[in-house]
Design a protein around this ligand. Structure first.
Ligand code: BES
Ligand code: ZN
Ligand code: ZN
Length: 477
């Protein structure tokens, strides 16, 4: 699906309009649409709720009406959902071209509409032999008086790029394969460096190497860097967990628990997604990315419960559960990232099943050692339409990580604040750098799907991190 712009609407092509609705008074408004059509839609039971859709005919023209709810309550998310609803219907109804008449001409709404259309139109069919329906949606034409806003689709495309990587079968995205994908992101202000097994040995990344021992395929650490033209205003490094498949290792997961574990690299995918969009969005912040990549497998030389590994900063970790591998590889990645001269370190990982127990699937868990960073990330999430909720880094729970033989062990007390303990573990590897940890295990995968995300990978946190890198505008109201 491609997005185009045109100043004129054509009456022989389907057209989609947006409708505000006041639930009580049932006041309707929709651009230049005959009132009779709105009345008909209402008679058909269309309420104009956000995300709802009505299909009508105006002579020979097919008309779609997308609900926006009450005008006072409509925000970017309402626009995203409405555009997604239009695209979903158009794909299902095999419409090849649809004209979209935006509810207003502000660049911000046009961005939100384009983003929603691109996210809602996502489809992972790389592995289907029968790829395209005969007339599935090819063009979405925005009808606007002014010319199209710059990079309207960049964020949506970056999310879909991450989704494609996450949905890809695990045997087709081993570490070096993903490193090669990362290399394609180089250019236009972005540089990419890949550290392979030999270099990781020299660097002393023995925590990562330990987790990798059970796998037949070497690990990799990818360092990406975006430099703005001119003086950078601030800097950040995003660090992503990239376990390309998490079997649990010798502490093997049950079959059901493994079914979706190709998404255990969703943190790394989020970092790659961010770098896909940076050259288009051109923030004035300097942005680094670190993706730490390995499989977690129970191969013949696999690391074992009871093993001790030494991270890059010299701290020793007793591995009592090989399935708590994310924190072990992130230990090295965070040491690496903390040595970069950035203002903040932000890691993102599908770290704990407990995140879903604590918050359900609507929220990612956020932990930070710095109140401003925590607030900035929550604000970025709000703007981007992704929800983050803070959890406390309760110092007394550090006791849970006390090891009898090493500096710390990789699991805490069963059933006690698993997500927080995961965060506390990671904190041991960032020194006193301003740092935040996003546990995205709860939001990275959506088995049933939603308007903005078909079932499977959600591509979560790409949007939030891009909003953070662009600098969230101060409250506009
Ligand atoms: N990748 C998993 C976490 C996970 C679980 C993500 C379910 C998404 C859905 C992680 O490596 C893991 O297995 N964590 C363990 C930690 C425990 C052994 C302390 C967990 O959550 O059970
Ligand atoms: Zn695991
Ligand atoms: Zn994992």
């Amino acid at each position: 699906m491609k997005i185009f712009h045109s100043t004129k609407i054509k009456s022989h092509r389907p057209a989609a309009y947006f409708v505000y609705a006041d639930g009580n008074e049932r006041r309707w408004a929709a651009g230049e649409l005959p009132v009779s059509l709105l009345v008909q839609a209402r008679e058909d039971g269309f309420t104009g709720k956000p995300g709802s859709l009505a299909t009508l005919r105006h002579g020979s023209q097919k008309i779609l009406l997308a609900g926006l709810g009450k005008k006072e309550e409509a925000d970017d998310n309402t626009f995203r959902s409405a555009a997604a609803a239009i695209v979903r219907h158009s794909v299902d109804a095999l419409l090849p071209v649809v004209q979209v008449v935006p509810p207003n001409a502000s660049p911000r709404s046009l961005h939100a509409l384009a983003e929603g259309a691109i996210l809602g139109g996502y489809c992972f069919n790389t592995y289907k032999s029968n790829k395209s329906k005969p007339a599935s949606l090819k063009q979405l034409i925005f009808i606007t008086a002014t010319k199209k806003p710059a990079n309207a689709g960049a964020v949506g495309r970056a999310v879909n790029f991450a989704r494609d990587l996450i949905n890809r079968p695990p045997s087709d995205k081993r570490p070096m394969v993903l490193a090669k994908v990362a290399r394609t992101l180089a250019g236009r202000g972005v540089t990419v460096r890949v550290f392979g097994k030999a270099q990781l040995k020299r660097m002393g990344a023995n925590a990562l190497l330990g987790v990798n021992r059970g796998s037949a395929h070497p690990p990799a650490l990818v360092h990406l860097r975006y430099r703005p033209k001119g003086m950078a205003k601030g800097s950040v490094v995003f660090v992503g967990k990239g376990v390309t498949f998490d079997s649990g290792g010798l502490s093997l997961k049950p079959a059901d628990g493994m079914m979706t574990m190709k998404y255990d690299m969703a943190g790394a995918a989020a970092v790659f997604g961010v770098f896909k969009a940076l050259p288009e969005l051109k923030p004035s912040m300097e942005v680094h990315g670190v993706a730490v990549l390995t499989e977690n497998m129970p191969g013949p030389d696999a690391y074992k419960p009871g093993d001790v590994v030494k991270a890059m900063n010299g701290k020793t970790i007793e591995v009592l559960n090989t399935d708590a591998e994310g924190r072990v590889i992130l230990a090295d990645a965070l040491v690496f990232a903390s040595r970069l001269k950035t203002d903040a370190v932000i890691d993102v990982a599908t770290l704990t099943g407990a995140a879903t127990v604590a918050l359900g699937k609507a929220y990612a868990a956020l932990m930070s050692n710095t109140a401003e960073l925590e607030a900035a990330l929550r604000a970025a999430g709000e703007q981007a339409g992704e929800k983050l909720w803070p959890l406390p880094l309760e110092k007394t729970y550090l006791d849970h990580l006390q090891s009898k033989v090493a500096d710390l062990k990789n699991i805490g007390n069963p059933g006690e604040a698993g997500t927080i303990v995961g965060g506390l573990f990671l904190q041991q590897f960032v020194g006193d750098k301003p740092w935040a940890h996003v546990d995205m295990a709860s939001v990275g995968w959506n088995g049933t799907g939603s308007l903005l995300s078909p079932p499977g990978a959600t591509g979560a946190m790409v949007r939030t991190f891009l909003a953070y890198a662009m600098g969230t505008p101060k409250a506009e109201k």
